[in-house]
Design a protein. Sequence first.
Length: 100
Amino acid sequence: MPDEIYTLGVWRVKDGKQSEFVEAWKGLGRYFGSLPRPPGQGTLLQSLDEPQQFYSFGPWRTLDDIQEMRSRRDTPTEIAKLMDLCDEGRPGTFRVVATA
């Protein structure tokens, strides 16, 4: 069975910037959707206990698709739009190792 590959981001949004962050994240989703090999549908979660805490994740067909996305000239600019609204942001790449 091939790996299930996801990108996942952990975001600590600056106080009062939550709505702007959500809109910027949607913009990143539109950018990803315009790629030659786009990902599946992304999801953005916001903590009910800590409204500045967000998690985003979405599936990709292959690790090569993620690497190609990250190598594109416009990708750092698009991700910077999120980072500018955050005190901390940690995007990463993950694979599914178990489900229950």
